[in-house]
Design a protein around this ligand. Structure first.
Ligand SMILES: Cc1cc2nc3c(=O)[nH]c(=O)nc-3n(C[C@H](O)[C@H](O)[C@H](O)COP(=O)(O)OP(=O)(O)OC[C@H]3O[C@@H](n4cnc5c(N)ncnc54)[C@H](O)[C@@H]3O)c2cc1C
Ligand SMILES: *[C@@H]1O[C@H](CO)[C@@H](O)[C@H](O)[C@H]1NC(C)=O
Ligand SMILES: *[C@@H]1O[C@H](CO)[C@@H](O)[C@H](O)[C@H]1NC(C)=O
Ligand SMILES: *[C@@H]1O[C@H](CO)[C@@H](O)[C@H](O)[C@H]1NC(C)=O
Ligand SMILES: *[C@@H]1O[C@H](CO)[C@@H](O)[C@H](O)[C@H]1NC(C)=O
Ligand SMILES: *[C@@H]1O[C@H](CO)[C@@H](O)[C@H](O)[C@H]1NC(C)=O
Ligand SMILES: *[C@@H]1O[C@H](CO)[C@@H](O)[C@H](O)[C@H]1NC(C)=O
Ligand SMILES: *[C@@H]1O[C@H](CO)[C@@H](O)[C@H](O)[C@H]1NC(C)=O
Length: 532
């Protein structure tokens, strides 16, 4: 069921030699005493141990992948839901003092559950209570606490302005704590780049429990936390964002074509135009296996999903010029405000109230495994057909691929500007997802091995040396650290270069400077040069 456990088992024995599980009960009491001593009684309102009746609901509330919602999933010894930064400082100081690891969770969307699962004794710091958002329209910026969701950020911006936006992800329930720590990409990526490209300041609690802003943390650490991955350099408490301007009216369309409607040729052609389109056009293809209009048959459906930052007439002429093969007509297009487009692309029915953006409970939860790739040369049609064959091996709607065009602003930002290196030369990103509802280890093995085989098949067609991967689409198949902290630079660089290319080396230097004993660590955190 829980794929994290088998993949880590070989390392468990190493860990057992250096620690004793028997001490964890003491450690945990000592940790709690430490917290109470520092914080008087008020802290007890935000501490949950398994004896508290609300412990399971607090833990489960932000679990987004049901693979990590089983009885076998390792649970935190203690959950703390701090209401202010001084409580975060105390948790860091007491965890460190008593040898407990920390996992910090904002939205809980980590694909491998790393924000709330660990095989070593740990404290979960859940930022659910730190969600303040302060939008300053006059200066086009905002301070956002790390526990806020994207939906809450978008809502608070729209409350004050119809012509300001922020270039972050599509799902409203994603947390800004993890999302911005890994880059953050969404529907206005081609015009504005990543969320992390628009962060101008941050508040961070470091390994000594000290509070920093951009000035006191220094430019190296400020660089590292904007894309180097979460739970590695400290706990981000808040971000300062530069908002971006959008017109009052934007245009969306979502045109689907099946194989019988020449989907293969269209997807093939799209690869040659999508990253060269005007940067006001964001384009993504969703690929699914669906029931065909012919009874009893199935087909592959390609949904060409687009957000255009402007009005319909200009979109039609740009599309006619660059991608006439799609046959886009005015009737396919819907004009709306930017905030309405947020609801539209999140999949809400039209006329849904904006309040839906504040709801932290997702429409549905499923079991899933997700992987990613970057494409630098268009795939031949025969390669696309090979993908369709593999999707055909599963039931309908179980697998979903997304091709997301890059180019535009992404081409202009240098590869080392932030830890996120996937910039010029990328035509598009592929996200592969397999999603299922059966809770059985047989099902999970079957689907996970399906997606691994698909990635093997893709090897000749995607980026190489390194094969580039998006860190926010975390995948432990790429390799993991030993959780005793004794991680070799060489082992970590295998997955590290896929996520960060040569920025990995600068991340290691920053980590070595700010957390040489590797206190903040997880299966894929950046290791310091000498962990011991
Ligand atoms: C349904 C869904 C939709 C998604 N859509 C998009 C999308 O459109 N675009 C995109 O780019 N990505 C998308 N993602 C991926 C998403 O960006 C990452 O999973 C992201 O890391 C989630 O952040 P979080 O705070 O919700 O997750 P969490 O699981 O809380 O955190 C993720 C990682 O960051 C660490 N972390 C969390 N908070 C902090 C903090 N305050 N300080 C330091 N470290 C922290 C955690 O320990 C963990 O390692 C999606 C994921 C899901 C499940
Ligand atoms: C959890 O239980 C302890 C011990 O009974 C109590 O002190 C604490 O307040 C409880 N936590 C919450 C959040 O209610
Ligand atoms: C997670 O597991 C618990 C306990 O088995 C269950 O009650 C809960 O419904 C599960 N969550 C989801 C979203 O299915
Ligand atoms: C943090 O919150 C607690 C609980 O409300 C309070 O007792 C404490 O004084 C606060 N600390 C600071 C520095 O605001
Ligand atoms: C598919 O393409 C062929 C030739 O390329 C064309 O004749 C046919 O009309 C197209 N079918 C559809 C449904 O667009
Ligand atoms: C786009 O269309 C496809 C196919 O009809 C559908 O599955 C998908 O949900 C649509 N996406 C949006 C954002 O409406
Ligand atoms: C949305 O609401 C407007 C105004 O209330 C109404 O005119 C329109 O028909 C509604 N559209 C849909 C699709 O329900
Ligand atoms: C760390 O690992 C290296 C090589 O893997 C080994 O030589 C060293 O003894 C280990 N150190 C500790 C403290 O376990």
């Amino acid at each position: 069921m829980n794929s994290l456990i088998p993949s880590i088992l070989p390392f468990l024995s190493i860990f057992l030699l250096s620690f004793s599980w028997a001490t964890s009960a003491h450690t945990h009491d000592d940790f709690l005493h430490c917290l109470y001593n520092k914080n008087s009684d008020s802290i007890s309102k935000v501490i949950y141990t398994p004896i508290n009746s609300s412990y399971p609901s607090v833990l489960q509330f932000s679990i987004r992948n049901l693979r990590f919602n089983t009885t076998a999933t390792p649970k935190p010894l203690v959950i703390v839901t701090p209401v202010n930064v001084s409580q975060i400082q105390d948790v860091v100081i007491c965890s460190k003092k008593h040898g407990l690891q920390i996992r910090v969770r904002s939205g809980g969307h980590d694909f491998e559950g790393l924000s709330y699962v660990s095989i070593v004794p740990f404290v979960l710091v859940d930022l659910i209570n730190l969600r303040m958002i302060n939008v300053d329209v006059e200066n086009s910026n905002a301070w956002v606490e790390a526990g806020a969701t994207l939906g809450e950020v978008y809502y608070r911006i729209a409350e004050k302005s119809k012509t300001l936006a922020f270039p972050a992800g599509v799902s409203p329930t994603v947390g800004v704590g993890g999302h911005f720590s890994g880059g953050g990409s969404g529907m206005i990526l081609r015009k504005f780049g990543l969320a992390a490209d628009h962060i101008t300041d941050a508040v961070l609690v470091d390994v000594e429990g000290r509070i920093h802003d951009r000035k006191s943390m220094g430019e190296d650490l400020f660089w590292a936390i904007r894309g180097g991955g979460g739970n590695t350099f400290g706990i981000v408490v808040a971000w300062k964002l530069n908002l971006v301007p959008v017109p009052p009216i934007v245009t969306a369309f979502n045109v689907s074509r099946t194989l019988e409607q020449n989907a293969t040729k269209l997807v093939h052609r799209w690869q040659f135009v999508s990253n060269k389109l005007h940067e006001d056009i964001f384009t993504r293809i969703f690929l699914r296996k669906v029931e065909s209009s012919q009874r009893g048959k199935t087909t592959i459906q390609a949904a060409f999903t687009t957000l255009f930052i402007g009005e319909v007439d200009r979109l039609l002429s740009l599309m006619q010029e660059s991608f006439p093969e799609l046959g886009l007509v005015k009737e396919d297009c819907i004009e709306m405000s930017w905030i309405e487009s947020v609801l539209y692309f999140a999949g809400f029915p039209s006329n849904t109230s904006l309040d839906a953006l504040l709801d932290r409970t997702p429409i549905s939860d499923v079991f899933f495994k997700i992987k990613s790739d970057y494409v630098k040369e268009p795939l031949p049609e025969i390669a696309l057909e090979g993908i369709w064959e593999r999707m055909d091996q599963l039931e309908v709607q179980i697998s979903e691929l997304q091709f997301t065009a890059y180019g535009g602003k992404m081409d202009e930002i240098s590869e080392s500007s932030l830890p996120f290196p996937h910039r010029a030369g990328i035509i598009y990103q592929i996200e592969y997802a397999v999603l299922w509802e059966e809770e059985s280890s047989e099902a999970s093995q079957r689907y996970i091995s399906w997606i691994r085989r698909l990635l093997n098949y893709m090897t000749p067609y995607v980026s190489k040396n390194p094969r580039q991967v998006y860190v926010n689409y975390r995948d432990l198949d790429l390799g993991i650290n030993k959780l005793d902290g004794n991680t070799s630079y060489k082992q970590a660089s295998i997955w590290g270069r896929k996520y960060f290319k040569n920025n990995f080396d600068r991340l290691v230097r920053v980590k070595t400077a700010v957390d040489p004993a590797n206190f903040f660590r997880h299966e894929q955190s950046i290791p310091p040069l000498s962990s011991w």
